[in-house]
Design a protein around this ligand. Structure first.
Ligand SMILES: Cc1ncc(COP(=O)(O)O)c(C=O)c1O
Length: 381
């Protein structure tokens, strides 16, 4: 009998299971050490009220079409204008997600003959954009500004004549460490190139007023910054801050922008309120910063782990199956902590990704750390 049309898919899943890499969906439960709701805005009454008020003043749930057709709503435009002012950018475009924004940006702006040099740990959505790009791309070792410089030099020596594009995250999503942004900006300037900074995990948390780690660079002609809205902002979508000419270019050429229903205008209203909350409630950032410092000190003293100095703290385990066992033990203790495995992180670096948010307080953190110590001891191999 012929093999089932599904057999190769089932075999792949079986192989993933064998490597402790099978993923499945699980319900949201336990104290939050996993989400990116860093400032606890997703459930903030003020944000919910803003969305409710928007509904009451007639803002529709669905956009009804592409931004280029009838989907363009004044909430989108108001958000883009307010965000441009907030971040000090010439123009901002609101996308339905950070994934779509990165995909659109990298598949549209770098041209044939250009070179994209991306950090080795760059997010999957940048790879997605690169896959659709006509330019060539190379990876550079993580956070090594000289290696970016060398890669561009080599390309120029071989006759590369276009523009280089440097792609980095300001705060890395799985390691919580920061990119050397000013050195990278120098490299971009020196080579007449662009610097693209994904602020997904820094927006709302770092920088003056929560403007991100790239706040000082934003607004430059050769700097593009992505601020996602599903993390510290507690909503969804992404704000791509670009020079005006590139905003117009994306509106004309980015397939993910043109051939897609616009984001919900209600979400745009929500993001507008998040911007106001950032301005009015700096105490949220201060409270998060305090938890990060306290956690860092305990990790160092109790576990000998170097603190990341950000709200994302990896606990490196290495082995996939062990990481899963420790995460499961912590889940059984009432904590939502997940094992992050390849291919999300490099082979051999499975980890627990601790996310510090205002959804957990210091007493939750101390109990969790005691449970973590016990789980690591129980599952020592
Ligand atoms: C660095 C980075 N960029 C982009 C994205 C995608 O953003 P979104 O979740 O809005 O699609 C993520 C999400 O995990 C991310 O971590």
């Amino acid at each position: 009998m012929a093999l089932s049309v599904l057999s190769s898919y089932a075999a792949t899943l079986g192989r993933l299971q064998g490597k402790a890499r099978l993923r499945s969906l699980s319900p949201r439960q336990g104290v939050d050490f996993t989400s990116n709701d860093f400032l606890a805005l997703a459930n903030a009454p003020r944000l919910k009220d803003a969305v409710r008020c928007a509904m009451e003043r007639g803002v529709p749930v669905g956009a009804t079409g592409s931004r280029l057709l009838r989907g363009n709503h004044q909430e989108h435009e108001a958000l883009e204008a307010e965000a441009a002012e907030f971040f000090g950018a010439e123009r901002v475009l609101y996308f339905g997600s950070g994934y779509a924004a990165n995909s659109a940006l990298f598949s549209t702006l770098p041209q044939r003959g250009d070179l994209i040099v991306h950090d080795a740990l760059i997010h999957a959505s940048v790879h997605e954009g690169i896959a659709g790009s006509k330019s060539t791309a190379v990876g550079a070792p993580h956070n090594d500004a000289d290696a970016f410089d060398d890669a561009i030099e080599r390309w120029r020596k071989k006759g590369g004549r276009g523009h280089p594009w440097i792609a980095v995250e300001s705060l890395y999503s799985m390691d919580g460490d920061r990119a050397p942004l000013s050195a990278l900006a120098d490299v971009a300037d020196r080579h007449n190139g662009f610097l693209v900074i994904d602020e997904a995990h820094a927006t709302g948390v770092f920088g003056n007023g929560g403007k991100g780690l790239a706040a000082d660079l934003e607004g430059r002609e050769n700097v593009i910054v992505l601020h996602t809205c599903g993390k510290a902002f507690g909503v969804s979508g992404a704000l791509l801050a670009v020079p005006g000419v590139l905003a117009d270019y994306l509106v004309n050429r980015a397939r993910a922008f043109i051939y897609s229903t616009a984001p919900s205008p209600l979400m745009a209203a929500g993001v507008r309120e998040s911007l106001r909350i950032l301005r009015d409630e700096p105490e949220r950032r201060t409270a998060l910063e305090r938890l990060v410092v306290l956690l860092g000190a305990r990790l160092e003293s109790q576990f000998g782990i170097a603190p990341s100095r950000s709200q994302i703290q990896p606990i490196l385990i290495g082995d996939n199956a062990r990481a899963v066992r420790i995460a499961e033990a912590l889940q059984a203790d009432g904590f939502d902590i997940r094992a992050i495995r390849p291919p999300t992180v490099p082979e051999g670096t499975a980890r627990l990704r601790l996310s510090v948010t205002l959804n957990a307080d210091w007493s939750d953190i101390t109990v969790m750390l005691d449970c973590l110590a016990a789980a690591m001891k129980e599952h020592s191999r």
